[in-house]
Write a protein that binds this ligand. Sequence first.
Ligand SMILES: [Zn+2]
Length: 182
Amino acid sequence: MKRLTIDAGHGGEDPGAVSDKLREKDITLKIALYAEEFLRKNFEVLIKMTRSNDVFVSLNERARIANRFKSDLFVSIHVNAATNGTGFESYIYPETKQQTREFQKALHSEITTTINKYRNIKDRGLKTAHYLVLKKTSMPAVLTENLFIDLDGDLLSQESFLKEVGEAHGRGIAEFLQLPKI
Ligand SMILES: [Zn+2]
């Protein structure tokens, strides 16, 4: 059976990006748990969560968890912050395998298609960055930045929206890993 690690960004003493009303760590956990629930209900897959509640986990430990679990895939879920920023983008490590690029494409396309049903958002593109969790994980790894905590706060505070985004992550993962349906 295929193995997957889902990484909800931040947690515990590290809130990530914050606005008046929202904290990144709460949003990433909800999206991650919705992705997990969707995959467990619909596909045969073994899933490891780097966190399932509001606790602090270091970046090195997140990568170690995925490596120890011998994951076939690693997905890290985040929310962006920048003054006047908006839209969706995804990241892979620059020096990576073609397989990782293909996974990024599959995931990116599922998520942008889903978000566009709510609002025509800005597609900020498929990007690369030297992020630690992408560098230290030994399997294809993608990090998603799901909108911006300030300008996109109205969408990010809707539970139904977070569920849809979680399920879009699940579909991208299932498609890439070709998971058997239950
Ligand atoms: Zn983050």
